[in-house]
Design a protein around this ligand. Structure first.
Ligand code: SF4
Length: 533
């Protein structure tokens, strides 16, 4: 009997991250750490974390007052956050970043008055959490038949989202049925089924061409593991979900030539090894991997690994308070700057590049002079490089005019002298990094795009993630995520301008104006001391 191993299989980056969060929290705060709901749907993982001191509960009422509680990778409803805040619990949020993305989409669409539809399985914790993002107007559909029977109030103002661990094929059929019945329905740019789920499903499809039986390692309540088993069956290969070798029924293997093994995104590799050993002891011979894509989990893990400051979450009431105070402050104290009077993407780009490492006062005259000389991308692209460099004088950092010129040439060649608003396309330009792309998207296209420059990093670090020793948090990914989470829907432009002004004029690098600061009663760094003893 030949043994084929699906690749990729098992842990995804989101699951790895959630487990890391529990282990890091146990190290940082000591046992017991309460975890609301199974951190991931794997009996093996849950039992091993229990041994280390994690206490798994289904409801917050089981968590004693003042204790620390971790929300699982599946995400939670808003009411759960509110209850935790009301009871003064310390919350660590291990929600998978992709689920957070779905929550953000749902909240945005609800705010814009859409009647919402979620494609997912009733009772799954992720579905409960997503439905709990809004108080009403949310329908759940799990099949094409559900779509046909759906009764909606506003058929021309509908929006849908998806559970992240669905079967890609099944979801495609449901989405097609939605579009057929409601042609104007709005959905995510790309269905929100996670890359890991898709990759594992593709690998199982490949297995079905080679084997007589498929064993999927995963717990019965793991949605993505169930989808893998169903996919195998759907392709005509008997497929079984097993938690461990004890679930294997010998009759499944009788007379077969080849067996395939896969594992759901919450099943650790140690279980795969145990199953392979079991099969070898029962007539299995050669072991071969069937690879559809190489997933660099370590790379994803490096990028998403939580550092201590990434574990600090901001409860929704604090987010709301911060937004309200910041926008109120900006309405009274925001600076009157010429690049705030335009939505011309080129003009915004010029201002952003000039402002890199340079004070506003020095940029102002040069910005006006530059735009009178090169009013459009085309004008700049046509100008000879030595002249462009001379025109930059006396701003310094002379790599900047060269970058600007190269962006102008590329923009003319590829986009007719404009800039795209799609973040991935913006990042393709040499000289446009993540911050500049965010600035162009929010200031030129009025999108709710995050920005993180020196000022914003300083403000967010001091207010939300300062460490006990007074040092700022340095985890860029956590700050990028926070910067995105904080943006009030539809107010990205004002909010980002406000953050930058606040950092430049109130929460300054040295000697911030803490006594006058509207954030001082909840700022973690207040009163700021440059060199705390
Ligand atoms: S209280 Fe001080 S450190 Fe905190 S945000 Fe305000 S100015 Fe910055």
């Amino acid at each position: 009997m030949k043994i084929y191993l699906a690749n990729p299989r098992g842990f995804c980056a989101g699951v790895d991250r959630a487990i890391d969060i529990v282990e890091l929290s146990l190290k940082a705060y000591g046992a017991p750490i309460y975890v609301r709901h199974e951190i991931v749907h794997s009996r093996h993982v849950v039992n091993s974390l229990k041994l280390k001191g994690a206490v798994f509960v289904e409801e917050l009422s089981e968590v004693p007052d003042g204790q620390t509680v971790i929300f699982s990778a599946h995400g939670v409803a808003k009411a759960v956050w509110e209850e935790a805040t009301r009871r003064g619990l310390k919350v660590i949020d291990a929600t998978c970043p992709l689920v957070i993305k779905v929550h953000n989409e749902v909240n945005r669409d609800y705010k814009f008055g859409y009647e919402l539809i979620l494609i997912g399985h009733a009772g799954h914790p992720e579905v409960i959490g997503t439905l709990g993002q809004v108080p009403d107007k949310f329908h759940l559909v799990s099949s094409v038949e559900d779509v046909e029977n759906l009764k909606v109030e506003y058929p021309t103002h509908l929006s849908y989202a998806t559970q992240t661990t669905l079967s890609v094929d099944e979801c495609r059929d449901i989405v097609a049925a939605l579009h057929k019945r409601f042609p104007t329905i709005k959905g995510p740019h790309q269905e929100d089924i996670c890359y890991a789920t898709q990759n594992r499903q593709n690998a199982v499809k490949k297995l079905t061409e080679l084997v007589d039986v498929i064993l999927v390692i995963g717990s019965p309540n793991s949605s993505n593991s169930n989808r893998l088993r169903e996919l195998g069956e759907h392709c005509g290969v008997p497929s079984y979900l097993i938690d461990s070798t004890t679930d294997i029924n010998q009759t499944w293997l009788e007379g077969i030539k080849a067996v395939g093994i896969s594992a759901g995104a919450s099943a650790p590799e140690v279980l795969v090894t145990e199953v392979v050993d079991y099969l070898k002891a029962h007539g299995g011979e050669v072991v071969e991997e069937v690879t559809v894509i190489e997933e660099d989990l370590n790379e994803k893990k490096r990028r998403s690994r939580p550092r201590p400051d990434a574990l600090i979450s901001v409860p929704p009431p604090d987010k709301r308070k911060f937004r309200r105070l910041l926008l109120k402050w900006y309405a009274r104290h925001g600076r009157d700057l010429p690049w705030r009077k335009t939505t011309n993407a080129y003009h915004i780009l010029v201002s952003e590049i000039m402002l890199q490492q340079t004070q506003v006062d020095r940029v102002l005259p040069k910005y006006r002079e530059w735009l009178s000389k090169y009013p459009t991308m085309q004008d700049l692209a046509r100008a000879p490089l030595p002249e462009v460099t001379r025109s930059w004088y006396p701003l310094g950092y002379n790599i900047r005019p060269l970058r600007l010129h190269s962006i102008a040439c590329e923009s003319v060649a590829r986009y007719g002298g404009t800039l795209p608003k799609d973040p991935e396309r913006l990042l393709e330009f040499k000289g446009i990094g993540r911050y500049t792309a965010g600035a162009i998207r929010s200031f030129a296209f009025h999108e709710d795009a995050p920005i993180l420059d020196t000022n914003v990093r300083r403000v967010l670090s001091r207010i939300f993630v300062v460490r006990p020793n007074g040092k700022n948090g340095r985890n860029s990914e956590a700050l990028w995520r926070l910067s995105m989470d904080l943006i009030p829907r539809g107010r990205g432009y004002d909010f980002n301008q406000a953050l930058m002004d606040f950092g430049a004029t109130v929460c300054t690098a040295r000697d911030p104006y803490c006594l006058l600061c509207p954030m001082h009663d909840f700022c973690k760094a207040y009163p700021f001391q440059a060199n705390p003893k």
